[in-house]
Every structure is written in structure tokens, then in C-alpha cells.
Design a protein around this ligand. Structure first.
Ligand code: SIN
Ligand code: CO
Length: 385
């Protein structure tokens, strides 16, 4: 899918993480990729995260899924919305909505949340910690944009919904099918369905907090630090007062800690693995029967396309000219030569057509065998040869 009259470089320069952007239907021809009934069906499934938000005379209410089908028949005519997380993991046509935004690095991409609202339905005024492209899929939604918020912004008592206690609209637009609104993190926004059958697709991003990083990295270090790596002072001399902690001791202790904490290479590898952990590991593409290297060779030789699981995360870190570290679903793989070239392609495209000659590369066969068996990729046999 291509966006017309949309310049990613100019967008990054002027809007990304900076200000709201309204992009009027850039799709050429827009087709809503998911029927409301199918969304309701997903909200009934155990492994899918969903919410129902309603506004009534007593204020906002929130219910968590999975829902019984009958729940949707009992809903009032107005003022409710159903929100379903990570629909891209289940519906390829929704996953395709991420494609035009792949100028943003893979590790920053989160998932596509889809909402369906009746007239007046809304998730309420709030702000998110993340960037989001709000694509209007079906019907109309009025979006109001408020000011910048942070941890000190007053929130309504129901912590789960995190709705703003005060919201003042500074700008307002009605979005129609195909229109896109980009909202940077921390900007208050309030979208309300105008008429029934309003569907919005939120292509959402991630950005780790310092607290996530410190917690994750130190947990990783702690699991590996040996007990006998310990303070030593063979150069100890008599001090005037035994109660004093000498500056030289503090300097040495601080060094013991910072040397480990500031290990850049170790951090880079840890971050690659950490950030490639799938958010919903229940979405499992692993084959019922594990696939052997001969089958992998055969599929590559027949030029069967290789497709990334939508739940899997792919990124890499260049090491030397020829060597890269590939990260997939919490694991790292050292790749050189033609397997590095293959891994780079796999990170760049959700679906790749391999050169059949690569069936001769033992390193590629081994990597693909692991990735297929752990459900990170699959051969699309139906696409033919
Ligand atoms: C919605 O689709 O109703 C809510 C999306 C958002 O505000 O983040
Ligand atoms: Co939001």
C-alpha cells in the first residue's frame, strides 16, 4: 500500500514526536479492511485483548473481554465503543496497514488496535505515552485535540481508563474513511463517532521508559554476575579513623558497578533481544509437526515465499562490515555473508521471495529451520511456486 502526496522524510522532520498531523485520504482508493462483525468475533476470543467502553448518565464504564456473542445484542443504540488490541496479529489485511509506516524502525512498532463505535461512542479524552496514526476506516469520527499532558495531569478516579479530568479542545476535525490523524505522545485527544458504524485503526508505536530499561538491563546483569566478582583491596593501608569510608573505596565500588552497567556491547545485544520479545506469544505459527532441513531446502529450491509471523519482531544490529546480529522473538543469531544478506532482507520485508540458489547455503537452511519451527516465519505454500 502506498500513501500518495505523503513524504515520510518531511513528516519525520516536521511532525514525528512534535505535532499533530492531519493527512486527508492519501490512499488513492480506500477500502475498509475488516468487517465490524469480524471485529466483534475477535473480541469473543480468549487470547485477544479487548475492551468495551460506554458513556452513560453516571459517567464512563469499562468492561474487559473476552465477550459472549450475546453481549453485543444487549448494547444500547448509542455511546459505546469496542476496542480490540493487536488485530494485525490475526488479520493480514489489517497488518498491511502498517506497511506505509515502515519508514519507522521495526523495534518502534507496536500493533494495530481497532475500534468500532456506535453514534457518540468514544474511548474518552486521554493521552497516550506513544505515537499513533489513527486511520479512519469506516464512517466518521470527530477528533478534538487538547494540550500537552504528563504524569501530573489530573486523571479521573478509574485508573484503568486513565481519562483526563479536564479536557479543552484546541483543534477539531471530522475524519472520514481513509483520513489519517497522527498524534504524538502526551497530546490530549478525544475522538467521538459521528453516526453509527465508525471504525478506527490505530497504528501504535512503542518507546521504552528509562525505568523499563534500568529494570530490564539490571535484571539481565544480575542473572549473570558471579558471586565471586567482589570488592578487593590488597592495597589497603592504615586509615586514621576506621569509621571512614575512603574516597578511594567509593571510587572502586562505583567503578565495579558502572563498568557492568555501561557495557555498551552487552547492552546492545540485550536490548535487541529484549525489544524483539513478542507481545502476544499466544499467536503461534509454529508447525504442528517440526520441519526438517530437507523440507526447508525443498521449499527454498521451489521459490516458495517466506512470510514473517505478524506477532514476531525482527531487527538487527550491524557488527562488522560482514557480520550482523539478527534478533527475532527474544533470540539473537550471528549472521555473516549470504546469511547476513538474507537476515537484512527478512528485517526489511514481511514477505520475501528467496533466490532458489540459497537452498545450497547451510547457514541459511539452519536459520530458516529454527525460525520456521519456532513459528517466527512460515513458507506460504498456497502462494505457489
Ligand atoms: C479509538 O479508536 O476510539 C481510540 C483511539 C485512541 O484514542 O487512541
Ligand atoms: Co489514544
Amino acid at each position: 500500500m502506498t500513501l500518495y502526496d505523503f513524504d515520510p522524510a518531511a513528516f519525520l522532520r516536521e511532525y514525528w514526536q512534535k505535532k499533530v498531523a492531519l493527512i486527508r485520504n492519501p490512499w488513492g482508493s480506500w477500502t475498509n479492511p475488516l468487517a465490524p462483525d469480524e471485529l466483534a468475533g475477535l473480541a469473543c476470543e480468549e487470547e485477544v485483548e479487548s475492551r468495551l467502553i460506554m458513556r452513560g448518565p453516571g459517567g464512563w464504564t469499562l468492561e474487559h473481554g473476552p465477550f459472549e456473542e450475546a453481549r453485543f445484542e444487549q448494547l444500547p443504540a448509542k455511546d459505546w465503543t469496542l476496542l480490540v488490541q493487536a488485530v494485525d496479529h490475526h488479520v493480514p489485511e489489517v497488518a498491511a496497514l502498517i506497511d506505509p509506516f515502515r519508514f519507522i524502525p521495526n523495534w518502534r512498532i507496536d500493533d494495530v488496535m481497532v475500534s468500532y463505535a456506535s453514534d457518540g461512542g468514544s474511548a474518552g479524552p486521554h493521552f497516550d505515552q506513544y505515537d499513533v496514526f489513527l486511520i479512519q476506516g469506516l464512517g466518521k469520527r470527530k477528533w478534538q485535540i487538547g494540550g500537552r499532558c504528563d504524569d501530573s495531569s489530573e486523571i479521573l478516579p478509574d485508573q484503568d481508563m486513565r481519562l483526563l479530568a479536564k479536557f479543552e479542545a484546541e483543534e477539531e476535525w471530522v475524519l472520514e474513511a481513509g483520513d489519517i490523524l497522527y498524534v504524538p505522545p502526551g497530546i490530549a485527544h478525544y475522538g467521538m463517532a459521528v453516526g453509527d458504524d465508525c471504525m478506527t485503526y490505530s497504528v501504535g508505536f512503542r518507546s521504552p521508559s528509562t525505568s523499563d530499561l534500568v529494570a530490564g538491563w539490571t535484571e539481565h546483569l544480575l542473572a549473570r554476575l558471579p558471586e565471586d566478582e567482589r570488592y578487593r583491596d590488597p592495597d589497603l593501608t592504615i586509615q586514621e579513623n576506621p569509621g571512614e569510608i575512603a574516597k578511594s573505596a567509593i571510587a572502586r565500588l562505583h567503578m565495579m558497578m558502572t563498568e557492568r552497567m555501561t557495557d555498551k556491547q552487552g547492552f546492545a545485544r540485550w536490548f535487541g533481544e529484549y525489544s524483539s520479545h513478542p507481545k502476544y506469544p499466544d499467536v503461534d505459527w509454529s508447525p504442528a509437526r517440526s520441519v526438517g532441513v530437507d523440507e526447508v531446502r525443498d521449499s527454498i529450491a521451489r521459490a516458495v515465499p517466506l512470510v514473517r509471523s505478524p506477532a514476531s519482531r525482527y531487527s538487527y544490529l550491524p557488527q562488522t562490515d560482514d557480520l550482523i546480529l539478527l534478533f527475532v522473538d527474544g533470540q539473537s543469531f550471528e549472521c555473516g555473508g549470504e546469511s547476513a544478506a538474507f537476515a537484512r532482507r527478512l528485517c526489511a520485508q514481511v514477505r520475501i521471495h528467496l533466490d532458489p540458489d540459497l537452498a545450497q547455503s547451510a547457514a541459511i537452511l539452519e536459520l530458516v529451520e529454527i525460525l520456521v519451527n519456532q513459528g517466527s516465519v512460515a513458507f506460504d505454500e498456497e502462494a505457489g511456486e
